[in-house]
Design a protein around this ligand. Structure first.
Ligand SMILES: [Zn+2]
Length: 105
């Protein structure tokens, strides 16, 4: 069932991916560092909460960040708290689709 909203889906894992799995959004790397059980609020089903480690892509920053997602990975935060206030997209590439790659360890 694909709806318009699914355009924002980055990855959809059937089961918990192994630790060390990497999602790359352009050159920004998100590495799976932890996974924990989670009860999904919408339907009460047990699922997994995935914790990804990444670094702020702003030039000269590189602040380490931890972002969470479900097995269905929608939007991932790109920048640290300080740089999130800047509204321009990362590298100013609004018109171009972000390149998504998934690498298993
Ligand atoms: Zn930053």
């Amino acid at each position: 069932m694909l709806h318009g909203k699914d355009r924002k889906v980055i990855a959809r894992f059937e089961t918990e991916p192994p630790l060390g799995t990497r999602i790359l959004l352009d050159d920004q790397v998100y590495e799976l560092i932890e996974a924990e059980p989670y009860i999904r609020k919408t339907d009460g089903q047990p699922t997994r909460l995935l914790h990804w480690g990444t670094a702020c892509p702003e030039t000269g920053c590189g602040h380490p960040m931890r972002v969470t997602s479900g097995l269905m990975v929608a939007e991932l935060q790109r920048r640290c708290a300080a740089h999130r206030l800047i509204t321009k997209p990362v590298n100013g590439k609004r018109c171009r689709r972000v390149q998504i790659r998934i690498e298993l360890p």
